[in-house]
Write a protein that binds this ligand. Structure first.
Ligand SMILES: Nc1nc2c(c(=O)[nH]1)N[C@H]1C(S)=C(S)[C@@H](COP(=O)(O)OP(=O)(O)OC[C@H]3O[C@@H](n4cnc5c(=O)[nH]c(N)nc54)[C@H](O)[C@@H]3O)O[C@H]1N2
Ligand SMILES: Nc1nc2c(c(=O)[nH]1)N[C@H]1C(S)=C(S)[C@@H](COP(=O)(O)OP(=O)(O)OC[C@H]3O[C@@H](n4cnc5c(=O)[nH]c(N)nc54)[C@H](O)[C@@H]3O)O[C@H]1N2
Ligand code: SF4
Ligand SMILES: [Mo]
Length: 759
């Protein structure tokens, strides 16, 4: 099955019909798997079938690590103890018993023969640097010695942890015990940071994950570059499918004809980078026509008069000239939202670091939701709850003398998490920054593909005295490490329980379904052993993870034994406040105690308190805006080598408008190379896909391909990496996020690298 067919299938089936079809896409995928044969045929038999009923099958609970929706499931093994398949847990509110194709394909991560197999230590042999296999004891000794050396010479605060994924909590605790709080995840400044800062400054609360969007009961869902359906965050896809069945109106604002757009009543093919103008025009119409929820706004909101004045000139006619969306369409879609109010969601999106004014764009989204009274209302945004598990007793962490903020006092005060790219910047010695990081611990994040501006990432890495990488695969980042530690996959380990928010508080257990393959180890084990070598045993007083988990679980009235049987356990809500009740008195967690249409936080920091539109860079002649997004069957760069998922899609393609293809005489399937505005060439070529679904001023590709690491045998050289072409980064002055969508590419029909060699 080609990628195109997968998209068409998803478009025709999942998004428009009942939940059962969610399994169906997977079933069609199985057809593709069955025909390709080869090394992994063991896993393919009935790969995507429902609950296995063969005799001798046993199951253990897990939650998925293929993406951060963390669906809970059951791992089935045959009587030989071989992992056969993973199936959703019916009790789990994240997935309702159905995994997405990636989650089902998670088995491939366990069986991938390219996995990291043993600890590796960088050594110089005969003048050449090589990785030598080492025992865990040796490798952890090297790590401990180097971290101690950095702490002694520069202070423990000069160590930073980059982490994305479950093991992060163990390494985070280790770093805090060591004396540093510089713990950062790319899911903030490369992902959802701007929306969290915008919603916090408007409503006094963040969105968090899974999103508190009440899509299930909405009457109108507005998606602004949020491509649910290709973005396969499971519960949202299911709820959106239900909402469509129930007659909800979908409005999709996307320069590309996305899967979501194809299921929408209104598709607004906006000119890229102009969304703030559209949002301001919608606010203008809703205020002028008095379509806002007057009672709600009067009772709960601060700054309506200021907002009224602010948007006076931002008419649909004004926005038309900027966005190319016709005034009557802007008016009509505003009407649709108002008709559905308060059961309407202007979706806050997730990967929202686009143009550098992203917090302001998300503020406009938040304001629109406030005017329509959707925050705290059924079909809008509900109030989530979570069941927190207590921390195992340990001495208080030492107070660090410095944090990442000391590099540049006063900057990014509204950032509520550590900014990854800022740590990277502060690692490169410079006269205008006080803090230089000297060592990085990198766990579960392929920074080479994740942070834009690769040259800078590499410069920072070269400036380090020491870097240890904990990963499951020989990803690009491991190639730059001094020590590489192989973690076992999520199917072979315990982690902390999942305690994420939802309508009902719930916890999910992950336990090993099999012994770790090769010489790989779980994060908890690595962190505890390293703690011991750093003389920090007292912070990891539990003997093993089972003791730790059981202690935590018993504190909330369950146990490891019970969790092993059920996998997911729900708890009653502590407060009966999923939605606001009529005339409820509410003190919002903002400076004014109200929902702030006018942001006092932004004003205090010297930023405009209400969003304005500013034009962004445009492509030069012969260049096209580089647009990127998700494939329904892959996650970032982490699945590009997964044997099961590469069978479904093994490279990305470049979406090119037919007009552009004609101008360049490009044929479908032709391989071309790309060059960006700064003269950076793509390492590999990419196949052309000619389609009306992309505008003439842009091209589009899925993120996560174009691996240049040869140890990734299945994905090496397949497609192009969007990251290597993202060199123009627009940093959000409010929270430090990296806007990545002001990059432009032109085409080479012949290999430009060959020319380089010849000349
Ligand atoms: N150019 C570009 N950059 C982007 C994005 C984009 O679309 N385009 N998206 C941004 C967004 S939204 C996000 S959230 C980030 C995501 O950023 P990352 O999470 O860094 O993305 P991945 O590329 O999947 O890298 C994950 C790494 O974790 C490893 N890994 C997987 N499972 C495990 C495990 O169980 N244990 C350990 N120790 N390691 C594991 C993988 O092998 C891989 O090296 O990227 C951001 N950066
Ligand atoms: N299958 C799969 N699902 C995933 C992931 C994955 O790796 N694989 N990753 C998960 C993660 S961590 C995240 S953060 C989310 C990301 O997913 P989302 O937050 O839903 O979306 P983005 O990746 O930001 O956006 C991609 C869409 O924005 C459109 N777009 C580009 N420029 C503009 C513009 O100027 N204006 C507008 N209105 N639209 C524009 C693109 O055409 C594309 O359709 O996906 C999550 N779900
Ligand atoms: S959405 Fe898919 S990949 Fe993500 S956690 Fe759920 S099953 Fe796994
Ligand atoms: Mo993300």
């Amino acid at each position: 099955m080609t990628y195109e067919n997968i998209l068409i299938f998803i478009s025709n089936h999942i998004m428009k019909s009942t939940r059962r079809d969610f399994i169906k896409i997977a079933a069609v995928g199985a057809g593709g798997l069955a025909t390709s044969g080869g090394l992994f045929s063991w896993a393919r038999a009935n790969f995507f079938e429902e609950v296995p009923n063969a005799p001798g099958m046993t199951r253990t609970p897990t939650y998925c690590e293929i993406c951060f929706w963390k669906c809970a499931g059951w791992v089935y093994k045959n009587e030989k103890g071989e992992i056969q398949k993973i199936i959703g847990n019916d009790e789990d509110p994240h997935c309702n018993g159905r995994l997405c194709p990636r989650g089902t394909g998670g088995v491939g991560m366990y069986y991938d023969e390219d996995r990291l197999k043993t600890p590796l230590v960088r050594r110089t042999v005969n003048g050449k640097q090589v990785f030598e296999p080492a025992s865990w004891d040796e490798a952890l000794d090297v790590v401990a010695q180097n971290l101690k050396k950095v702490a002694k010479e520069h202070g423990p605060e000069c160590v930073a942890l980059f982490t994305h994924g479950s093991g992060g909590k163990f390494f985070g605790d280790l770093l805090k015990a060591f004396g540093s709080e510089n713990i950062t995840a790319p899911s903030f400044a490369q992902c959802r940071g701007p929306r969290e800062v915008a919603f916090l400054s408007t409503f006094g609360e963040i969105i968090a994950s899974p999103e508190r969007t009440d899509i299930r009961d909405t009457r109108c869902l507005v998606l602004i570059g949020s491509h649910i359906g290709e973005n396969m965050h499971n519960g949202q896809v299911q709820e959106m499918s239900d909402a469509i069945d129930n007659g909800a109106t979908i409005i999709t604002v996307d320069p590309r004809y996305s899967t979501a757009a194809s299921k929408s009543k209104y598709w607004l093919p906006i000119k890229p980078s102009t969304d703030i103008a559209l949002l301001l025009a919608w606010i203008n119409v809703i205020i002028n026509e008095e379509w806002y929820d007057k009672k709600y706004v009067e009772k709960y909101c601060y700054g309506l008069e200021e907002l009224k004045n602010h948007v006076k000139t931002f008419t649909p006619e004004w926005a038309y000239g900027i966005t190319t969306i016709r005034p009557d369409v802007i008016y009509e879609t505003a009407r649709e939202m108002a008709n559905a109010s308060p059961a309407v969601i202007i979706h806050p999106g997730r990967h929202v670091t686009w143009y550098g004014d992203d917090t302001q764009r998300l503020r406009a989204v938040a304001i629109l939701n406030a005017l329509l009274g959707s925050w705290g209302r059924r079909g809008g945004f509900y109030s989530p709850e979570k069941k927190d598990l207590p921390s195992y007793p340990h001495p208080e962490f030492p107070k660090p003398k410095r944090t990442w903020r000391d590099a540049h006092p006063g900057k990014y005060n509204l950032a509520l998490e550590v900014v990854s790219n800022d740590i990277c910047d502060s690692t490169i010695p410079s006269p205008d920054r006080a803090c230089n990081f000297k060592a990085w611990i990198v766990n579960g994040t392929n920074l080479i593909f994740t942070l834009p501006d690769q040259k800078k990432t590499l410069e920072a890495i070269q400036s380090l005295e020491f870097m240890v990488v904990i990963d499951t695969m020989p990803m690009e980042i491991t190639g730059y490490a001094d020590v590489v530690l192989p973690e076992c996959t999520y199917l072979e380990r315990y982690d902390y329980c999942r305690t994420d928010q939802h309508r009902e508080p719930n916890i999910a257990l992950r336990m090993p379904a099999a012994e770790p393959k090769y010489d790989s180890k779980p994060a908890w084990w690595i962190a505890k052993k390293l703690a011991s070598k750093l003389d920090l045993d007292e912070y990891f007083k539990w003997n093993d993870i089972e003791e730790l988990l059981d202690w935590q679980l018993k504190k909330v009235g369950t146990s490891l034994e019970e969790m092993k049987k059920v996998g997911v356990k729900k708890f009653p809500r502590e407060y009966d406040d999923l939605y606001f009740y009529d005339d409820q008195e509410i003190q919002f967690n903002t400076n004014t105690g109200k929902i702030e249409l006018y942001s006092t936080d932004l004003a205090a920091e010297g930023f405009v308190p209400m969003p304005v539109y500013t034009p962004h860079e445009e492509p030069q002649t012969g260049f096209y805006r580089l647009n990127y997004g998700r494939s329904p069957v892959h996650t970032f760069s982490r699945t590009a080598n997964n044997p099961n998922l590469t069978d479904l899609m093994d490279e990305n393609v470049l979406w090119v408008n037919p007009k552009v293809a004609k101008e360049w005489s490009l044929k479908a399937g032709q391989k071309i190379w790309l060059e960006n505005q700064d003269g950076v060439l793509s390492t590999f070529p990419i196949k052309v896909r000619i389609t009306e679904r992309i505008r003439f001023d842009s091209v589009y590709m899925v993120h996560g391909f174009g691996h240049a690491e040869k140890r990734l045998t299945r994905s090496y050289g397949k497609g192009v990496s969007d990251t290597e072409l993202i060199t123009n980064v627009k940093t959000d002055p409010i929270m430090g996020g990296t806007g990545m969508r002001s990059n432009f590419v032109t085409f080479h029909v012949e290999d430009p690298h060959r020319k380089e060699v010849e000349s």
